[in-house]
Design a protein around this ligand. Structure first.
Ligand code: C2E
Ligand code: CA
Ligand code: CA
Length: 902
């Protein structure tokens, strides 16, 4: 079986349809030709037959009339010999004897009258009908004597009376007994006797002449009788008689046709008598003669038309059917060619009979001819049976089962012979019958891409995309499996942290930092792999080194040695631009099951150990339980904090806020700092929440306000008053004595209320809002400005917030720092500023770190900026110094501006 291509099939279909059209046309023309031929043949044979019949009839009529004449002639000559005996001894017979003789003769004759004429007078001897009137006799007497000398002569017909019709005189000249005496013997033959009698009305005998045929008798070129004329024998020349007379003079008989003179054309045959000047013709209307032929031709014509109609309809139907077939064939062909699955037709031995393009792609060949006729196993090789080392018999068995009627569905993987690429596919095998022979239908769905995708997904889910190392998820699973396989079997993990990596990030950017991470990961992995260890990335700058699994190559190196190797590997500097970067590893190890019972906890322990390593000299720290916050850790910290409160370990740092437009100092924010005697500086994020979780926050805030007021009073006396913003916790607002306390402090330190700003975070409004609102109203009523801190991080809208008596809003630094990068954050900042302006609130941007952000904020019409661009939070003298320098700079700038102006 050879499958045609779509274009071949299309062309073939079109050619076949065209062929069909031409064939139909040819058959139609053939039928028409045949019909016409048959009609003309029929015409000719009809004519021939008519001619033969007519000729036959004419001959018969001629013979009949000749016989009648012959008989009369014989009668006359025998009478003559009686009257004039050959002996010559004759006497003139007397009238009576003559009469008897003639009457005797007439009895045996068909003639009407016999005459005997003597000496110029005529004697009628016999009259069969007794109808000879004296006038008739007179007329007979006047018959002209025969012109030609001879025994017999025919004259023009005469009519004696009305009953008898026309009579043809036949005369015979006799020599009388006396010399010179001439007798005439004559007979009158009824014209009707020349012509066959008409059959009786009721007779069904076949008449020689049918009603539609006519006979014409000519005597000496004159019409003797015309059966079609009502009164024949008048000597009138029928139009055809002239023609007949002319024809008869030329030939003894034949066919003729009148060309004019009648409405209908007449046709017939004629025959001249050899003995008498008589011509007989039979004729009929030509149309009549051709009528049966016409009838037959009409029938044939109708049948031909019907045949042509049937042929046309048949051809059309066939063409339509072909068209329908072609259309449905093209639909199935498209399906066959465009379907993503491979479709193959195989013979029972597994040889490929046909295949679609998808199947061709799977074979790795370009042309169907390279595949058709070959065994499928050449392209989809049979797997090797691991038991026998031989080719597996499974494919052959499957084919047998499919041929037996089973529908099989199975997965099949092989290495493509041409590309050596792994192909995974799903096959469906079934059998069907084609031209009476069983065939196999094999559907192949290529799953390679899907499998590859799954493998890739699997890879991505378990690997870190940057370094290609197993990720935390994969690491934990691997460790879980390991513990599950050999519970209690000890091993030690090493948590690796890249110390001070943040600096690299900040100095060189993320791209370079990523590169450093990648290089480091590769170096570490290389070192570890040579000793059977493996490396995973736990996230960020953290890696984990895992010892070889039990049963593998014996771990020749101790954990300590491995750590040393990694430290060595990381020492080699990495060049970024023109800087050589040296990494510092902080390593923490933890052991299963001594330190932790499962993978998750083990990893955490190693992490804790690595974190501890960051705080000590040296690179590696072994986990110890003592690293964990001991129970009561928070308690301890809290008591330490309260001690700090009393013992002067707390200090305030001042961070300036500047008017963005003029860069003049708007005020400062007081930020708390704790210098722990043992732990050093502790950031507020670590101890403020601790204070907030107890009532410690009350004395803490009071301390801050008091310390701030002390400083403000000092600045005041120095003549440099400054507005100070203090951060207030949500708990403080719940404190019923809070307002009174501050009022008391303000009065005590002699600082005007409008110089002390209170910053409240958005989240503080959520707890007991009615009370908070009342408290804030009290504070505001007392004259203190109120700032809404960290705006944008909570969920409240500005319109809700507008119910509270704030005087300014601080846009959270997360939005400010991303202002130039994120359109969304820019939108938040922009709408906050716009709405703040509408509500009459001062807008303050936190975390301004660079000039372009400051410029952008200015463009957005933000009032005040705070951030590292202007100054970090500064303590004591550092702040005083900054303030002085800033003041001088402003002054210089102002002078310069004034100078330029002048
Ligand atoms: P906050 O009120 O939002 O304070 C601003 C924080 O942003 C400060 O951190 C400051 O150092 C930091 N900062 C200022 N400018 C920039 C900048 O340009 N870039 C970046 N990245 N950071 C900048 P700090 O001092 O660590 O304070 C942290 C938080 O601790 C404060 O956030 C505040 O909520 C709280 N806090 C500090 N002092 C007190 C206090 O006396 N009482 C209370 N209740 N909370 C306080
Ligand atoms: Ca603040
Ligand atoms: Ca803030």
């Amino acid at each position: 079986m050879q499958l045609l291509s779509a274009s071949e099939s299309y062309l073939l279909g079109r050619r076949f349809r065209r062929l069909l059209r031409w064939a139909g046309l040819a058959v139609g023309l053939g039928l028409i030709g045949l019909g016409l031929w048959s009609i003309t043949q029929d015409y000719h044979s009809s004519r021939r037959l008519a001619h033969d019949n007519s000729q036959q009839l004419t001959d018969n009529l001629r013979q009949l009339s000749e016989m009648t004449l012959e008989q009369t002639a014989l009668s006359l000559s025998s009478l003559g010999s009686e009257l004039v005996p050959a002996s010559g001894a004759h006497t003139e017979p007397d009238a009576r004897a003559l009469q008897t003789l003639l009457e005797g003769a007439i009895r045996f004759d068909s003639v009407s009258q016999l005459l005997f004429v003597r000496r110029g007078e005529q004697l009628v001897a016999a009259d069969r009908h007794q109808s000879l009137s004296p006038e008739a006799l007179q007329r007979l007497r006047q018959l002209p004597p025969p012109e030609v000398a001879g025994p017999l002569q025919l004259l023009s017909p005469i009519r004696l009376n009305d009953q008898q019709g026309e009579l043809l005189p036949m005369l015979m000249r006799l020599s009388g007994p006396e010399s010179g005496q001439e007798w005439l013997l004559g007979a009158l033959i009824p014209l009707a006797a020349l012509h066959p009698p008409a059959p009786p009305q009721d007779s069904d005998a076949q008449a020689p002449l049918s009603r539609l045929e006519q006979a014409v008798y000519l005597l000496d070129g004159q019409v003797l009788m015309h059966t079609g004329e009502p009164t024949p024998g008048t000597g009138r020349l029928a139009p055809e008689s002239e023609l007949l007379a002319r024809l008869a003079s030329e030939q003894p008989g034949g066919e003729f046709k009148t060309s004019s003179g009648y409405e209908t054309e007449l046709w017939g045959t004629f025959r001249r008598s050899g003995r008498y000047p008589l011509l007989v013709a039979s004729l009929q209307a030509e149309a009549q003669m051709l009528a049966p032929w016409r009838q037959r031709s009409a029938t044939k014509g109708v049948m031909l038309a019907l045949a042509l109609l049937a042929l046309g309809l048949g051809t059309r139907t066939l063409q339509h059917m072909l068209q329908v077939l072609a259309t449905s064939e093209s639909v199935y062909r498209r399906l066959f060619e465009d379907v993503a699955d491979g479709v193959l037709v195989l013979d029972p031995t597994g040889r490929v009979l046909a295949l679609n393009p998808a199947a061709l792609r799977l074979t790795g060949r370009n042309q169907g001819e390279e595949v058709v006729g070959h065994a499928l196993s050449e392209f989809f090789p049979h797997p090797i049976d691991p038991a026998t080392g031989q080719l597996s018999a499974l494919p052959r068995q499957r084919m047998q089962r499919a041929l037996a009627g089973e529908q099989l569905r199975f997965e099949y993987s092989f290495d493509a012979p041409l590309t050596q690429q792994r192909v995974d596919c799903e096959m469906r095998l079934s059998s069907f019958t084609l031209d009476g022979a069983p065939q196999l239908l094999c559907l192949v769905r290529d799953l390679s891409e899907e499998r590859r995708f799954n493998r890739q997904q699997d890879y991505l889910a378990n690997h870190d995309p940057l370094t290609g190392l197993p990720n935390r998820h994969s690491l934990l699973r691997q460790l879980d499996e390991r513990i599950e396989r050999q519970p209690g079997h000890r091993f030690e993990l090493v948590f690796v942290n890249l110390a001070r990596f943040k600096e690299i990030n900040e100095a060189f950017g993320h791209r370079a930092a990523d590169m450093v991470l990648e290089i480091t990961a590769r170096r570490l992995e290389r070192q570890l792999l040579t000793h059977g260890w493996s490396l995973a990335r736990a996230g960020g700058t953290d890696f984990v080194a895992v010892p070889p699994p039990p049963g593998g190559p014996a771990p020749g190196l101790s954990t300590k040695d491995v750590c040393e190797l990694m430290v060595q590997a990381s020492r080699e500097p990495i060049t970024l631009g023109d800087t050589a970067v040296e990494l510092h590893l902080k390593l923490g190890s933890a052991e299963y099951p001594a330190d932790a019972p499962d993978a998750g906890q083990l990893l955490r322990c190693a992490d804790v150990a690595a974190a501890r390593a960051r705080t000590v000299v040296g690179s590696q720290v072994r986990y110890s339980r003592s690293f964990e916050h001991a129970p009561g850790h928070d308690l301890k910290m809290r008591s330490e904090l309260s001690a700090a409160l009393r013992g002067g370990q707390l200090q305030l740092a001042w961070q300036p806020k500047l008017w963005l437009e003029s860069r003049e100092l708007e005020g400062v924010e007081a930020l708390l700092r704790w210098h722990h005697p043992r732990l050093g500086w502790i950031p507020p994020s670590e101890f403020i929440p601790l204070a907030e979780s107890t009532e410690l926050i009350y004395p803490l805030t009071r301390w801050v306000i008091s310390a701030a007021l002390d400083q403000m009073a000092r600045w005041q006396t120095l003549g440099q008053p400054l507005k100070v913003a203090v951060n207030i916790s949500a708990n403080n607002l719940q404190d019923p004595d809070f307002t009174d306390h501050i009022k008391g402090l303000l009065a005590q330190k002699n600082v005007p209320a409008q110089w002390l700003e209170l910053e409240v975070t958005e989240s503080a409004l959520a707890v007991n809002p009615d009370l908070v609102l009342r408290r804030l109203q009290e504070l505001r009523a007392a004259g203190m400005p109120l700032a809404l801190d960290d705006f944008g991080t909570g969920f409240s809208s500005l319109s809700y917030v507008s119910q509270f008596p704030f005087t300014s809003i601080k846009i959270d630094r997360s939005f400010v720092s991303a202002l130039l990068r994120s359109p969304r954050d820019r939108h938040v900042a922009e709408s906050t500023i716009a709405l703040g302006r509408k509500l009459g609130l001062r807008t303050v941007a936190e975390g301004v770190e660079d000039d372009s952000t400051a410029a952008a904020l200015m463009a957005l019409d933000c009032d005040v900026g705070q951030g590292y661009l202007f100054a970090k939070p500064l303590m004591g003298q550092a702040f005083e110094h900054w303030r002085h320098t800033h003041q001088s700079k402003l002054l210089a700038a102002r002078r310069q501006a004034a100078g330029q102006h002048r």
